[in-house]
Structures are given as C-alpha cells and as structure tokens.
Write a protein that binds this ligand. Sequence first.
Ligand code: GDP
Length: 368
Amino acid sequence: IDEKLYCIGCGAKLQTEDKDKPGFIQASTLKKYLEDDSKELLCKRCFRLRNYNEITDVDVSDDDFLKLLDSISEKDALVVNVVDIFDYEGSVIPGLQRFVGDKKILVVGNKVDLLPHSVNQNRLLNWLQQKSKENGIKSTDQILVSAVKGTNIDELMEMIEKYRDGKDVYVVGTTNTGKSTLINRIISSNSDIKNLITTSRFPGTTLDRIDIPLDDGHNLIDTPGIIHNYQLAHYLNAQDLKAITPKKPLRPVTFQLRDGQTIFVGGLTRFDFLNDRTNVTFYVNQGLPLHRTKTQNADEFYAKHLGDILNPPSDVKDFPELKQQIFSAHEKSDIVIYGLGWITIPAGTKVMTYVPEGVHVSIRNAII
Ligand code: GDP
C-alpha cells in the first residue's frame, strides 16, 4: 500500500495483510476505491460500522494496550471490564487497577450461558469478586451477562447508569471475551442511538475508539481488545478453535480413575493422575474427545495418534510440544487450561498436566 493511505473513519493506516489489526481493508476493495476516488476510503471495520452499525474488534499488542490504558487513566470515567466466565484466567487483566487508578471498575462476566445449569449464580458472583481482588482489581460491583442470549443486558445498563455518575464509560477487555458482541447488543437494544462513529484516537497510540452516545452527552467508549498470547486459541486454526469453543452449557463428564491412568483432551492437553483412585470431572466443550489410557502407554499413544484419534489439533505440523507441570489440590479445586476449560479434582489429588508450550495452566478453588 501507498504510505499515505489512512482510513477516514478511524485514522488508522490502511493495510491489506492482517484482518485482525487496525486499518485492514481487502486488497480488492482497496483497488476499487483507488479506481473511483469519489468514494470515502474506510477500513473494513469502519465500513461495517457505518453501514451496518456493527462492531468488529481489532487486536492490539500488550504495548499498545498499556498505552491505551494509560490514556484512560487521565480521564474521569467509569471503567467496565468485560471478562469471559468460561476463560476467566485467560481474560482477566491483572494490571488494570494500576492503570485506571481510583476509577470505579464494574466487572462484567460474560458468557454466563455456557455454565452448567447447576451453577449457583450468587456463588459465582462472589467468586468473581474474590478473583478480582486476587488480581488487584477493586471491583465496585459485578454482574453476569450473556451477550449472545441477551441475558441481563438491561440490568447491566442500569448498573452502568448507577455507577457512572454522569461520566463517560470505557469498556475494556481482552479479545474473545465477547466484548464486540456485547457492544452490538447494547447498540441494538438502544435503537435510538444515531451517529455512531469511530472518532478520535487514543492519545499516544495508533488506536481508534468507538463512541456510543449516552443520554446526557456522555459516551460509552469501546476500546480495542488486547490479545493475551497465553490463551490456547492462539495456537489453533479456525476449525480447531471452533471445536474447543462451547456454544451450549457445559456438560460435566466424570471419570473414576484407577492407579496410573491418563486422560487426553484431543491432542491438546493430557492429564496424568498420580493418586491410586481419583474422581475427576471435565468441563470442556461437548464433542471434544476425552481419551483414557494407561499412563505408561501415554507417550507412545500420543506420538502415534496425534491428529487422528487425538484431534484437535487437526494440523499437527506447527503444533507446539506439550510441557509438563504438576499440581496438588489441598481442597476441591479446578485445574484451568486457558481457553479450553477446566477439570475439577477432589482435595488431596495430584495431577501432572501437559499443555502446549506457551499456554498457561492454573489451579483455583472449584467454582462448582
Ligand atoms: P471480542 O474479541 O471480545 O470482541 O469477542 P467477540 O464478540 O468477537 O466474541 C468472541 C467469541 O465469543 C465469539 O465466538 C462469540 O460468538 C462468542 N460469544 C460472545 N458473547 C458470548 C456469550 O454471551 N455467550 C457465548 N456462549 N458466546 C459468546
């Protein structure tokens, strides 16, 4: 692309290489624009926004994102932090409070529709509050929503009204938390919203923001989504990503394990259970193959069947090697694989996890 082409909607420099980065435009579309200069030159995101009132998130690096948070720190505003309840550990932004200072933070747990029906929502709200605290986030309040199903969206808007004290509202979150879906929900449930525009850039960054007008002249401001590279999603192709992403409530699957047994989740992760007997419950997308073997045969089995019985990954060529880590549960706990789900193990269980290098694993008190 010619150095001098910028989107007139958001000001991002136009590029044709990466559809998830700011300023993306399809090469064929750009060609048409260049042949007919009576048209306004807009990146794909701004085009969709102008024409369909529809938001697609762009990804930004940690560095850009920190600059962005920094620019918010100077504003007097309410911060709404969207996290993914299914992938809390992968979507929380631990440094958030440091950046936003003493601003109020409202934590929105999205994708509540994915949790098994047995989950007690009050308990989950307490859990969310507790987790925020552990990550240094002083949440003023928290709410569970489903952007896809439209659950609790009105309640969310009421909460925002309650806490924003007539100020602007900044919505922040990592990619894949459903922030765009949520913003689109908010827009469509406030159908009198007009003149939705991508306007100014955040000072000190190249990123555009989207202002959604509120009643009193203030705005709800959508910010770009930050990528966390340690989510499993970043190591998978589109087909495999679909296979791990739940669309329906998780259906727990319980195994009673004897001495020396291993369970594979496709070829993505492996768990070796080190106790004589263990009851373990899996919370992952339905349809992902859970394969049990003897631990002593597991290495060989993996080498032989990665990509066929142990699938996803469907593409084994660039799939990272699995790295081991050992966990001991002092109380009933969840071992969380960022982006994939979790397993619940009883107190006293010892388990060796194997996940692709770069993907994070953690242990937490059981949420169910
Ligand atoms: P963003 O990157 O944060 O803007 O996330 P998107 O809005 O693009 O959503 C990421 C993925 O999560 C998509 O596959 C959405 O369909 C899905 N998603 C978003 N909101 C929900 C929700 O409330 N429930 C469920 N089950 N999936 C959701």
